[in-house]
Design a protein around this ligand. Structure first.
Ligand SMILES: [Zn+2]
Length: 253
């Protein structure tokens, strides 16, 4: 499978490997460059979607929960149904190789779909406890200052990874790192197009930092169930905006 990565020397504007998702003590990849590609826009609706499941996971408030810089999880919140993901993983820290059962099953289906299309994906960082996030953020603040750290990492309680519903994925074509270059790879493009069919959205889209508070993260998938994920993707809104509209009684579509 040919891999195509655009690497633009001199455009390392931001420390993209140090994302909101970067797992604890991860080594920063020197080759992570910012890409000027404009291909990371809203997820297009696929004309060949499989039928959606009749049961709707989004009816469970703990599945559709919105977590962001305004809505935090309690320090003692931890899902009670974490399982180890049954897909290829990268890190030895077993905590981050977990997701909630339903999300883990959906991830396995997503990866299987990718494999049929000829792409191999890896799970890099999933569940992170409040304590893990505390240590992670403190390390970034020490090295970058709090303001900058807040652009690419989350304070404890504000990370979607604490829900057990978020997974950062990667591929060989980006050296198993978390890089914006994933957006330009065939794997990344396939994921962007098909993730909602399997219940996932790209949670931090391109050019939405003013809304989400985070830089573009083509690797960060959030599980919502296929129906809600598809609705959110078709809306063109961030999940923050979608929830705000829904709560206001408006039509999110
Ligand atoms: Zn992430």
């Amino acid at each position: 499978m040919p891999k195509r990565i655009h690497t633009f020397i001199g455009l390392m504007a931001l420390s993209l490997s140090l994302s909101a998702c970067t797992p604890l003590l991860e080594t920063r990849a020197a080759a992570n460059m910012a890409s000027p590609s404009a291909s990371g826009q809203a997820i297009p609706a696929s004309p060949s979607k499989p039928p959606l499941s009749s049961d709707d996971p989004a009816s469970d408030p703990s599945i559709r929960i919105l977590v962001n810089k305004m809505r935090s999880l309690d320090a003692d919140y931890a899902p009670d149904d974490l399982v180890r993901v049954d897909v290829p993983t990268v890190l030895k820290n077993e905590e981050v190789n977990q997701l909630r059962k339903e999300a883990a099953d959906a991830l396995k289906a997503l990866f299987a779909g990718a494999e049929i299309a000829g792409f191999k994906l890896y799970a890099r960082s999933g569940y992170r406890s409040y304590q893990t996030q505390t240590a992670l953020f403190a390390g970034y603040v020490k090295n970058h200052g709090e303001k900058e750290a807040n652009r690419f990492s989350a304070k404890a309680g504000q990370s979607e990874h604490q829900t057990g519903l978020a997974m950062d994925i990667t591929s060989d074509s980006v050296s198993l790192q978390l890089s914006e270059d994933f957006d330009d790879t065939q794997e990344g493009q396939w994921v962007r197009e098909h993730a909602p069919e399997y219940g996932f959205i790209i949670r931090y889209p391109k050019d939405k930092e003013d809304v989400t508070g985070y830089m573009y993260e083509p690797w960060h998938l959030r599980y919502l169930g296929a129906k809600l994920a598809t609705d959110v993707a078709r809306s063109g809104l961030t999940y923050d905006e979608y929830v705000a509209k829904t709560e206001n009684g408006g039509n999110p579509a």
